[in-house]
Each structure stands twice: as C-alpha cells, then as structure tokens.
Design a protein around this ligand. Structure first.
Ligand SMILES: [Zn+2]
Ligand SMILES: [Zn+2]
Length: 103
C-alpha cells in the first residue's frame, strides 16, 4: 500500500509492471465488507474486476488473487490486456448483472 513511486510494482493479475500513474489499490475483501488488505493493480485491470464482480461476490468468492485469476471472463480480459502497453487504459463496461446488483 505504501510502495514508493520509484518501486517496481507488478500487477498480480496480468503480471506486467504498473506505471505509477496507473496504480490502483484493490481491496481483496471490499472495504465496505471490512477488508483491509490491498494489492496494487493496473487501473484498467482493477476496473475490469469491478465491472465483472459485485462487492458481495468479491467478498464471498473472489477475495484472493488466485480466485480472481480463475475467473473465466477475467482471464479473457487479461489475455487481451497483456498485448497492450503497460500504460494502456480504457474504461471497462459494467456487465448488466453487476449494474443491476448495484442499482
Ligand atoms: Zn477494487
Ligand atoms: Zn494488470
């Protein structure tokens, strides 16, 4: 969480280096569910996680990097994003299911 800006940070999801401007701290268990542990992810990877999964799903089933990596749609995204430069960012579209869960 307190990584210095000149540290090299690797995204545990896509395994690429994260430029300082693209660093997002992801709560493995969502903050609203009492989670404290964070992992740095690319902003683009982070948005994708939240576009695919609700806070409840994250807390119950996807509270580890391993569980996230086993998510099929996320794998598809990661395979694709690995072909992009490390600075790449594009807004993720929330799936209907996630949008409905949030209302
Ligand atoms: Zn997050
Ligand atoms: Zn990433």
């Amino acid at each position: 969480m307190n990584a210095r800006l000149d540290d090299v940070v690797i995204c545990p999801l896509c395994d690429r280096e994260i430029p300082p401007a693209q660093r997002d701290a992801h709560h493995l268990v969502p903050k609203c569910k009492g989670g404290r542990q964070t992992e740095f992810l690319h902003r683009v990877c982070h948005r994708q996680v939240h576009a695919l999964l609700t806070e409840t799903e994250l807390a119950r089933q996807y509270a580890t990097v391993e569980a996230l990596l086993a998510h099929r749609e996320l794998q598809t995204f990661l395979t694709w994003v690995k072909t992009k430069p490390a600075q790449f960012f594009a807004p993720a579209r929330k799936s209907m299911r996630v949008r409905k869960a949030r209302r």
